[in-house]
Design a protein around this ligand. Sequence first.
Ligand code: FNR
Length: 389
Amino acid sequence: MGGTYSVTPVTPADYRRLAEKRLPRFLFDYIDGGANAEITLAANVDGFRNIALRQRVMRDVSTIDTSTMLTGEKSAMPVILAPIGMAGMMARRGEAQAVRAANEVGLPFTLSTVGICDLAEVKRAASKPFWFQLYMMRDRGVVQELLARAESVGCTTLAFTVDLAVTGMRHRDLRNGALSSSLQARAVKAWEIGSHPQWLVDVALRGKPHGFGNLADRVPDPGRLEAFTAWVASQFDSSVTWKDIEWLRSVWKGKLLIKGVLEPDDAKSAVAAGADGVIVSNHGGRQLDSVASSVSKLPHIVEAVGDRADVFMDGGVRSGIDVFKAVALGAKGVLIGRPWVWALAARGQTGVRDMLAVMRQELRIAMALSGVNSIAEIGRDAIDDLPRG
Ligand code: FNR
């Protein structure tokens, strides 16, 4: 991930390094890691590195505008903060800090089903409508009640995540004993917490409550990774099919995006079931290891459904230049996951805001040097070589 800084962090990699120092190891690895050998995690980032752009000159680029419409709302750039479970364990009331940062820059924020702050707390912090992410639970009554709450706080867009029929095998979490409540695992965790006093004071002591805000009354013994994983295994519904999307479509009146689609056929099924769009994603390389990078799949999905639905993508976006590349390949917008959580863990709201501002500046420069003034003008011709695979 290269790069060091001497005065101020600039890139996601800089914030990552700070987050690593600040967080207990098991929390840092929970964010940073992927499934199994982390092949897909690396591929997501490499996928962007392997795309070449065209340099264009002598075009009037004096009126650059990075703003765009995302599911009916104006956004300062085609970027959304991705849903991240337990973000509120990385900094005090983390989701509230992150939504403030996103809104300061003018971007949408997505609250995870398993966020620490609940819908009402995020709503109080937000200055523009935010998105909600849903996992299907066996008890449809719980789902319906969650959706009603999301609607009542003004969520415009629902991202329904479909790539977590079961939870991927994340070796780092297992090694860290993050999913275990054995005496040894607890001792190691206590040691890790004790050796990170800034986190201990900011989050463990002053950042309570640590339950899953939206499900606070449902998850037993909340705020611990092993409790969370056990609850996911027992409550998340792995029998879900496209029929359930039709049901979801009938109960959710806002925009509906299906998150975690990687194959063109699945994208077509999502649209046929009534979705307004899809998010091309492999869950940041945390689910089926060895699937292709999101960005390599993006053009195929744009080809399959791009004329009928909004196609978003996530996985491996680490700069404004990556945002530019995804848009050039047909994405309406990109979601970023780890970068905002690293920035949040490192520097809270200020960190997230500053990192997003740098990304926006990078996007602006990429637009200028490839000869376009608006997001709508960014097209396939901006790419020199299409990625393979
Ligand atoms: C996630 N992701 C995720 N997705 C989702 O739909 N609901 C969730 O609760 C979570 N939780 C979560 C936690 C952590 C720590 C990570 C890193 C990711 C996936 C996330 O929304 C997004 O798809 C990826 O993070 C995108 O990849 P990058 O940007 O992290 O490379």
